[in-house]
Design a protein around this ligand. Structure first.
Ligand SMILES: [Zn+2]
Length: 437
């Protein structure tokens, strides 16, 4: 604790936090003390952010150590594995594609390699007007962004004709080629300002798979088992930077060992409290830093209509811009979930604020986004000062920079705030998908 905050701390203990202290007499709070205490929070966070996890980059031996720790915690908490998963491991693969022998003729003329790209997990690509390819031609930037989003989960083969003013889009294709879910459908991009009357496209594709796993545990609901509430965080981070001789390891203590620790602690708390009417799903996602692959795969395993709420927890290790005992909720105004949570915290001195960094579109950038886009009240809880977090995505994101007492209180307050959603008495309103950006 920083000394300049001592007065604030004392004032907080005397005033705002008194309800939390008094309430420790009742059973629920003894359980909170037992399951979500600073000692265990510190131990888990220390383990996940240790140097031997090598920055927890997806697909590396380091992250597999972290996965084993999380699976063991879920087991000790008494969670069940999800149906179809291998133990607590929800396995999936992403594919790296290397396109070879590309021949693309438009209106009978071969076009330069640099004017095309193919996104596909098919071993051979062959397309002409007779192949049933949809032809898509984005006219403006808005249409282009929408189209790129749709082509992440294509339901048809498509030839996308990019006006040359959008040529720069082809620069992001190597990244998309590197990380793809298996798909039956191919997207071919060509940059052209000409009317396309005919096309003849042939290419080979060298594919390699990378095997990844989310860690998922279930606490079946006592009376409304078909209704789901999800608690999640991502356990991957950025790996290592061997060129950095001082400190080569991205420990990711805040991002997002802190959220993953919260998920493990909440699992213990709710398993012990044993009064969850709804089925609780606890998930640690992989490959968030590569573009949300773990949460995307996870989210597609559910019927969104059955998911009543999602608490995604991302970077809660530092104090928020409002100081101690506060956090913000992304997409706060999209549902009434924030209000419900705050109502359950009355008298605790803890505040959930609306996300103050709306220009950063955090609601759409984190692991809650896939389900939120399908109407689920799926929000991310964070304290990260997105305009001034000195260790964000740096090797210095280490446990020594975090406020663990505050972080532990945040986890406790998430547990308290979620109780009425967990026990089935509150149901947050849904996201209106018609007014999403
Ligand atoms: Zn993160």
């Amino acid at each position: 604790m920083q000394s300049k905050n001592l007065l604030i701390l004392i004032a907080g203990l005397l005033l705002g936090n008194s309800a939390v202290l008094h309430a420790q007499n009742n059973k629920a709070d003894k359980l909170l003390d037992k399951t979500i205490n600073q000692k265990q929070t510190t131990t888990l966070l220390t383990t996940l952010s240790a140097d031997n996890m090598e920055g927890r980059k997806y697909g590396t031996p380091g992250i597999r150590k972290a996965a084993a720790v999380i699976a063991q915690q879920f087991k000790e908490a008494g969670l069940q594995p999800a149906k179809g998963d291998s133990g607590y491991y929800q396995n999936f693969a992403i594919y790296n594609s290397h396109i070879i022998n590309k021949e693309i003729k438009i209106n009978g003329v071969q076009i330069a390699d640099s004017l095309s790209a193919i996104i596909s997990t098919q071993p051979r690509i062959q397309a002409d007007q007779q192949s049933g390819y949809e032809i898509l031609q984005p006219g403006n930037q808005h249409e282009l962004i929408k189209l790129l989003g749709q082509r992440r989960h294509p339901s048809s083969n498509a030839l996308v004709i990019l006006p040359k003013k959008f040529l720069r889009v082809l620069k992001m294709m190597p990244r998309l080629q590197q990380h793809q879910f298996q798909s039956d459908f191919t997207t071919i991009f060509i940059a052209s300002d000409e009317a396309v009357k005919s096309f003849d496209i042939k290419a080979g594709n060298q594919l390699s798979a990378m095997h990844l796993a989310n860690i998922v545990g279930i606490l079946p609901g006592k009376s409304k088992p078909e209704e789901l509430v999800i608690f999640s965080g991502h356990y991957d981070h950025l790996g290592t930077d061997p060129s950095n001789k001082q400190d080569s390891i991205y420990n990711g203590a805040n991002d997002d060992a802190s959220g993953t620790t919260a998920v493990m602690q909440l699992a213990k708390y709710y398993a012990k409290s044993g009064n969850n009417a709804r089925t609780l799903v606890f998930a640690a996602f992989t490959a968030e830093e590569a573009g949300g692959f773990g949460s995307t795969f996870f989210s597609h395993q559910f019927d969104p209509a059955k998911v009543m709420a999602m608490f995604n927890i991302e970077m809660i290790g530092t104090q928020s811009k409002w100081g101690e005992n506060s956090a913000y909720i992304t997409g706060y105004d999209k549902t009434n979930m924030g209000e419900l949570l705050q109502k359950n915290l009355e008298g605790t001195g803890f505040t959930f604020y609306p996300d103050p960094y709306t220009d950063q579109h955090l609601f759409y950038r984190s692991d809650n986004a896939t389900l939120a886009r399908q109407g689920v009240p799926a929000h991310t809880i964070s304290t990260s000062k997105m305009d001034a977090e000195p260790n964000y995505h740096k090797v210095s994101d280490e446990i020594s920079t975090l406020d663990l007492a505050n972080m532990n209180r945040i986890i406790r307050c998430i547990a308290l705030s979620a109780r009425t959603i967990v026990n089935g008495t509150d149901t947050p309103s849904r996201v209106n998908t018609a007014d999403l950006d």
